[in-house]
Design a protein around this ligand. Structure first.
Ligand SMILES: Nc1ncnc2c1ncn2[C@@H]1O[C@H](COP(=O)(O)OP(=O)(O)OP(=O)(O)O)[C@@H](O)[C@H]1O
Ligand SMILES: [Mg+2]
Length: 275
């Protein structure tokens, strides 16, 4: 959202070059190239199976790329000599599933990685945890256990947990797609606040209104390649490629797409449509 760090010459926050990833004979990423500048919010959209999660998992080395390079803040994370733990500390990740420890409170969940990974002292870890829980609107839930929290609150604890590690960039993989519709807005609101505060974010999402309003750029992936990228008004509002248009029509109006394209669609076709 900000122009912070967009000066030419600064290393990109994330730079992906010639990235390939295969699982056996299945080539899932077929040469991905794009940059995320510091302070930028980039949303990745695309059909199921197009390789969006694999792309994010290659950025923080949960998957090892088959070829190509990923740089974070100028440092090559795909260098075989790299300290993977040091890389992961620079990158916050939020998944569809929140993966909180059920036996720890919200506070405990945000404290534990700071203690174990960053070796922070208890007082500092708790202070940082409280600050970040407050930042995601959960100051009054620090002592609640995950089972006492809604899905949206649990996801906000997961975001606070990632932020407490002081990441340079945040990766989000469909953070709202496991939530009941009425809880989605709170999580997107927190993400919007982070974007406005200048956080660099790479977000896989099906929330087109979020992408339209918050993203600086939208990347549309299909079949393991970037089909098109650009400002949201262009990629979502006026896409260049047929594949993008087809995807958007399904996402924006799933019911209509199903009647038109799904099996058994003839049942719904009125005789007039064939005339
Ligand atoms: N660990 C794995 N082992 C084998 N195949 C995998 C693995 N992870 C992903 N794949 C395959 O890679 C392809 C892309 O999967 P990926 O999860 O990246 O897609 P996606 O775009 O995130 O889809 P969705 O929108 O459904 O989350 C799929 O064909 C999937 O089966
Ligand atoms: Mg996925």
């Amino acid at each position: 959202m900000t122009s912070l760090g967009k000066d030419t010459g600064n290393p990109a926050a994330i730079e992906i070059s010639g990235l390939h990833k295969s699982f056996g004979a299945n080539e899932v990423l077929r040469g991905i190239d794009f940059r995320v500048e510091a302070g930028e919010v980039v949303c990745v959209i695309g059909p199921s199976g197009s390789g969006k999660s694999t792309l994010l998992r290659c950025v923080n080395l949960l998957e090892e790329p088959s070829a190509g390079t990923v740089r974070v803040g100028g440092a090559e994370v795909t260098d075989p000599e790299v300290d993977i733990d040091a890389v992961r500390r620079r990158i916050g990740m939020v998944f569809q599933s929140f993966n909180l420890f059920p036996h720890l409170t919200a506070l405990g969940n945000v404290v534990i990685a700071q203690r174990k990974v960053l070796r922070r002292g208890r007082a500092e870890a708790e202070r940082t945890a409280r600050e970040n829980l407050e930042r995601v609107g959960l100051a009054d839930k620090v002592d609640a256990y995950p089972a006492q929290l809604s899905g949206g609150q649990q996801q906000r604890v997961a975001i606070a947990r990632a932020l407490a590690m002081g990441p340079e960039v945040m990766l989000f993989d469909e953070p709202t797609s496991a939530l009941d519709p009425e809880l989605v807005g709170d999580v997107l609101g927190v993400m919007r606040g982070l974007a406005e505060a200048g956080m660099t974010m790479l977000v896989v999402t099906h929330e087109m209104s979020f992408a339209r309003e918050v993203a600086d750029r939208v990347v549309f992936m299909d079949g393991g390649v970037v089909v098109e990228e650009g400002p949201p008004a262009r990629v979502i509002g006026d896409p260049e490629h047929e594949r993008t248009r087809t995807f958007l029509s399904r996402v924006l109006d799933p019911a209509a797409a199903r009647i038109e394209d799904g099996p058994g669609s003839d049942m719904f076709r009125s005789p007039a449509a064939d005339a």
